[in-house]
Design a protein. Sequence first.
Length: 318
Amino acid sequence: MATAASITTSLATCPICLDICDNPKSLPCLHAFCLKCLQKLCIDKSPGARVSCPKCRKKFQIPPDGVDGFPHHFIVQQLVEVTHQRGNSCDKHKDEEVKLYCRDCDENICLMCSAVKHKFHDCAEISEVIEDFRSRIDDDDDQIQSAIGAVREESEQTRQATFEFLSIAEEVKNVVHITGEAIKRSVDDQINEVLGKLQTMMSDSTNRADSAQDGHGLRLVKLESFHTYSRELLDKGRPSDITQAACELHDRATKLLGNDVTAVKYRPPHVTFTPVDVTQVKRLNLIGKLNVRTEDQPGNTYLMHSYYESFSICPMMH
C-alpha cells in the first residue's frame, strides 16, 4: 500500500528525468516538469510550435518567450520542499537532522549517529564536502556530455554511411540488370543466327526436293505412256499395225532406257546440332563478380561504413 510519503515523492518527481522537480513548470494539461527538462525537450522548437506532453501526449504550444514562459507549478514546488525536508531527516533518528557525511560509510548521518555508530569514522560537515561532490558530479556530467556528442556523431555517420551504401547498392543493381540484359540479347542473337542458317538450309533442301520430284514425275509420264501404248498395241493391234510400229517403239524404248531413270536424285543434307553443355554454362560467371570488402573493427562499429565503400561489380569481358 502506498504511503503518504511515497505519493508525495511520486507527485514531486519529474516524468522526464525521474528526479525531484527542479524549478517545476506547469503545462496546460497541468503536468509538471523541470524547467531544464522542458528546455531540452524543446531545444529545436521555436516559440509557437506545438509539442506533445511527455506524460499524456496532449499537444501544447510553446509560449512567445519560450518554455520559461510556462507558469510555475506552486503545488509541485511545495511537494518538492516537503520531500527535501523529509530527506534531511536521519533514517535512524527521525527527529534529528542530518548534518554530517561519513566518508567511510558514504552516507549522511546525524550527530547521534556520529557519536554512536560512526564514532571513529572519518566524518565531516555536509557543507564542507558538498563542493567536492559537486565538482565530481560536474566532471562526470562533462564526460557524459562528451559521450553523448560522440554517440550522436557516430549515429550521424551511421545514417550517412547507410544512405551512401544503399545508393551505391542501387547503382550496382542497375549494372547487374544492364549486364544481364546484354547477355540475354547476345544469347538471343546467337539463337537467331543458328535458326536463320537452319531455315535457309531447309528452304534450299525443299526446293531441291521439289525439283527432283518434278523430274521423277516427267520420267514416269514418259515411261508409263510407252508401257500403255505398247500393251494396247499388242493386245488390240492388227499384225500389220504391230510390224509397222515395232521398229519405232524399239527405238523409243532404247532412248527412254538410255536415260538413267535414277539420274535425278535428292539427297538431303545431314544436319545435327551439338548443344552447349548446360552444366558447364551454369558454372560460368556470365554476369560478373560482386566484390565485398569489410573492415574488421572492434565490435563491428564501422562495418557498414567500410561495407559500402567497397561494394562494386566487375562485368565479365568477352
